[in-house]
Design a protein around this ligand. Structure first.
Ligand code: SF4
Length: 225
């Protein structure tokens, strides 16, 4: 089976997942009630597959789809303020062909990059439980197996960072406390993959000045060195 076919099969199975009762209820409630400005749109309301270059060397991992972003559009980091900021930075550094990430068919192409989320369904208040993260971890594992050419993982936020460390801990005796999260902090995993911490591109971080365009672009430019 080709990698593309393996991804297609994986995605078609994953988007029917109903393992987390609380999240299934929440994702469907959001999709039914909708935000006023999107009331004429059909919300995705299902688990969100990753997207991008399946032969990529760089993987971006976020926390989870946003209620009216990924959960509406069906693509992670698509159709919300986090996506606007992230894609502006990715486009500036050649990782994306355009500055906008609005809809699944908007023409966005990621260059040598693949994008996913640690949790595939939107959680209330952006706060998944430990049990939900544990249950969904099986899908991140599958993605990691399918992405055969990875050299770098950029974890967007601490939960994504810790989840990625957990992935590597399955194969190596890593102690999480030895890998503090920070923007630009980089760690070589024993299989040679670089794990890089990155502040999440959320409005909470951008509006408070914790994260700005220059900081993000600097980190992305270093990925190519
Ligand atoms: S969060 Fe993951 S495991 Fe839970 S219902 Fe969604 S896809 Fe399934």
């Amino acid at each position: 089976m080709t990698i593309q076919k393996s991804f297609d099969k994986f995605h078609s199975e994953m988007i029917t997942c109903t393992k987390c009762t609380r999240l299934v209820t929440f994702r469907e409630k959001i999709a039914t009630e909708k935000r006023k400005q999107y009331k004429n749109e059909e919300y995705w309301g299902k688990p969100i597959p990753g997207y991008g270059d399946i032969n990529a060397e760089i993987l971006f991992v976020g926390l989870a789809p946003a209620a009216h972003g990924g959960n509406r559009t069906g693509r992670v980091f698509t159709g919300d303020k986090s996506a606007d900021f992230l894609m502006k930075c990715m486009h500036h550094t050649g990782l994306a062909n355009q500055v906008n990430s609005d809809y699944r068919d908007d023409g966005l192409i990621l260059n040598n990059a693949y994008m996913t989320a640690m949790l595939k369904c939107v959680p209330p208040q952006d706060k998944p439980t430990a049990s939900e993260l544990k249950t969904c971890f099986v899908y991140f594992n599958q993605e990691m197996k399918l992405l055969e050419n990875l050299k770098t993982i950029v974890a967007l936020g601490k939960i994504a960072f810790d989840g990625t460390l957990k992935y590597f801990k399955q194969f190596n005796d890593l102690k999480t406390k030895d890998f503090p999260f920070g923007h630009g902090k980089s760690y070589k995993m024993s299989n040679g993959i670089n794990l890089i911490g990155c502040y999440h591109p959320s409005p909470r971080n951008v509006n408070t000045g914790k994260l700005n365009f220059e900081m993000m672009v600097n980190l992305f430019q270093n990925l190519k060195n």
